[in-house]
Ligand binder design. Sequence first.
Ligand SMILES: *Cc1c(COP(=O)(O)O)cnc(C)c1O
Length: 381
Amino acid sequence: MRRVYLDNNATTPIHPGLYSELKPFFEDLFGNPSSIHWAGKAVRDKLEEARSILAMFIGAKENEIIFTGSGTESSNLAIKGVALANRDRGNHIITTQVEHPCVLNTLRYLESKGFEVTYLPVDRKGQLDPDDVKRAIRKDTILITVMYANNETGTVLPIGEIGNIAKEKGIYFHSDMVQALGKVKLDLKDLKVDLASFSGHKTYAPKGIGFLYVRDGTKNIHPIIHGGHQERGLRAGTENTIGIVAMGLVASNLAEEIDLCINKMENLRRKIISGLIQSLDGITLNGDQENRLPNTINVSFEGINASSLVSLLDGYGIAVSSGAACRAKEASFSHVLQAMGLPPSVVMGAIRISVGRYNTDEEIDYAIPLIVKAVKTIRED
Ligand SMILES: *Cc1c(COP(=O)(O)O)cnc(C)c1O
């Protein structure tokens, strides 16, 4: 059976050619990047080259990139790192109700340790009002954490405005930018963000590697992993050199082709939406349809239970998701769509279709009739 992968917000396929480019790291390039001899130096050079490519790709400086083990770890480091180091200044943190679990559950943990957290609501489109952020600020607010783009709906939040508010008040600002990398042109110089989380595997690199952007001059962050002096003392442990080099290779290619990739994903997304609307009634598109990622569709089908649809489509070889992958096994419904105030029938019937740069028009032409067929089959039952 033919397979089509349309779940690129859960993880992406690996960039073609990475395997052979990384082969030397399974052979001669085995050194520890902290060693001063030839074996270490050869690997350290490659690691620093990757750091500089990644920095350039997001409009940052080399010393602003701290390699971690994942997007999740990056957010843990940013949030716990700031909270624990700045407790003498206050213990209030502001976030939104639609963050990824790596932010929400980190904050829940901090609440159990005495921190207070304000979870701001969003509107029907999943948008956050920057004035709500302003109003939530207290004397003891130390950190604001708001994602750049939502992983379930693709809604892009007003990070620029929130950054200005945070900067004016002298409050740390962290943003989970995992879903933005490779889907929008990022320039961290222009955003008043102090800390930003990134992950390799959402952008064509392997799993188990990520990085945290820490703006130059940002002080008072405690490490959460203690040990050696790697990554300027912020993340102990010998670096995942293969993962880091992989991210660098992906970024250097993406930097050249970013406009092409964005256009392509945008076109595929539009093609899917018009294909579905042409053949089906009772469709609702969830999320902000203007300020959004080019690749993500969150769509509800009236009278359909999303998990039956995802299973039936899986049977046809089409991989999509009902809500976020991390929650797919739980019986609960999307906290994001619920926070948007959507009726239960819309929340229950929502699937996420997320395309990537390696999907083709031909794949989409093949998948659309199968999605239509699956919806009709379930509706006829
Ligand atoms: C996937 C994802 C993460 C977690 O990244 P991992 O590298 O899988 O830990 C964090 N935030 C968002 C928005 C994501 O989509």
